[in-house]
Design a protein around this ligand. Structure first.
Ligand code: FES
Length: 80
């Protein structure tokens, strides 16, 4: 359940893996999934997105637990 007085921003992310870039001679991996606790860098948390279905909507709680959003759950009711 969302708490009153807490700012929440939902951002849709379809990408499930990092973006590799070169900084000088160093390789860096930029988080594109939004789940890393070490933003903007990938920390491997994108592995939690394995098994997501393209036609479903998910959110991840602060513990990294995946929750499918659908019209029958309480999360959905707080979003509409
Ligand atoms: S791409 Fe987000 S944690 Fe790896």
């Amino acid at each position: 359940m969302l708490s009153v007085g807490v700012m929440v921003r939902l951002v849709r992310k379809d990408v499930t893996g990092p973006l590799g870039i070169k900084v000088g001679n160093e390789s860096k991996w930029i988080c594109m999934c939004g789940l890393s606790k070490n933003q903007p860098f990938c920390d491997g948390s994108h592995k939690k997105t394995e098994g997501e279905k393209a036609d479903k909507l998910y959110m991840y709680d602060k513990n990294g637990q995946r929750i499918e959003i659908n019209s029958s759950n309480e999360v959905y009711k707080t979003l509409i």
